[in-house]
Design a protein around this ligand. Sequence first.
Ligand SMILES: Nc1ncnc2c1ncn2[C@@H]1O[C@H](COP(=O)(O)OP(=O)(O)OP(=O)(O)O)[C@@H](O)[C@H]1O
Ligand SMILES: [Mg+2]
Length: 378
Amino acid sequence: MEKEFNPFLVTHYKDAFHFCDRENETVQLKKNIQNNINTTLFAIRRVGKTGLIHHVFNSFSKNSKVVCIYVDILSSKNLKEFTNLLATVIYNRFPENKNLGKKVIETIKLLRPLISFDELSGSPEITFDLTETKRYEKTIQQLFTFLDQQNIKIVFAIDEFQQILEYPEKNVEALLRTHIQTLKNTNFIFCGSNQKMMNEIFNSAKRPFFASCSNLHLDFITEDKYAAFIEKIFTNFKRKITKESIQYILNFTCCHTFYTQFFCNYLYSNNKKSIHLTDVKQAAIEILKLNENTFFQYRNLLTTSQWQLLSAISKEEKLFKAHSKNFIQKYNLGTSSMVTRGIEALLEKEMIFYNSTIEAPYYQTYDKFLMRWMQNKQ
Ligand SMILES: Nc1ncnc2c1ncn2[C@@H]1O[C@H](COP(=O)(O)OP(=O)(O)OP(=O)(O)O)[C@@H](O)[C@H]1O
Ligand SMILES: [Mg+2]
């Protein structure tokens, strides 16, 4: 089984061996946990936020004094669904045969949930059927407080946290902040893929979470670290890959984690023992072809002028001056205000991102394969 497993992961975290770098961020996150500081993990999409959380959690896996709980709340639409997800991950996290596990299960059962089983995974799912929102608020508090009193360290990672802004209940931020403040043994990692919304929650002076967490920014993995990792993995599985091939991949994907993993995964799956630049170039062509349907779907989601602007940004690769005459004229984009509106729409639809954490900020197309595909078009 292990032999057939592709070591370049594109869907989940496995272990430290299959994980590239993030050494400083791991140290920082662990330090925050050890010093009872809550963390907000900021980064653009598909750069490895969720992977980093699992990597840090994995490093605590042998420590019986620390219990790490991960919950992704992207699918939740309101406070009720949030509470159900929270109770479900807690219920599933503690082994029933251990004392604490028994206590957790008893406590949750006291809250009178419906327990069903997920059709695919077969794991239990908790649903509360309460009539009032207030009862859900109370349930969340009871769950947090109960865990906090168990004399162990609890680390809660709430992924896609910006989703709480979509709930019809408008006080969720204040409610969570209030409960969280009272906990002594519990730490939180708040993570989200929508930067604008995450900024709104954590960096707006008027909001409950303002300045309550330590911000950790996740950047692209550096080229030298990623190159060493790619070489290590191929070599470990008895494949040879030339340095120029690795460089081509990292240039093609701009070191954006998901796209780099995907490229290497594809290349690995070709089963060649010795990989040269021609193989890598051929793989790049095939990957773009493979993704063409998705690109056409993107096009249907955009207006003609948004598509044209996206193509212009892709061709620039890094767009430093969105309103320069040169850029607007070169791609025939109309007026400066049309570009402003277009950029807003593309940011909103997460087709592009704004890298503002460096000295010279720029706009870039999110999907690196789409970017390369557009560069090859007229
Ligand atoms: N440091 C790493 N080394 C190797 N693979 C990684 C690393 N970080 C993430 N990955 C892989 O890259 C892919 C994307 O990472 P991940 O899902 O963690 O990104 P994300 O920032 O959480 O994305 P999103 O914004 O969509 O939630 C995953 O398949 C993961 O396995
Ligand atoms: Mg994620």
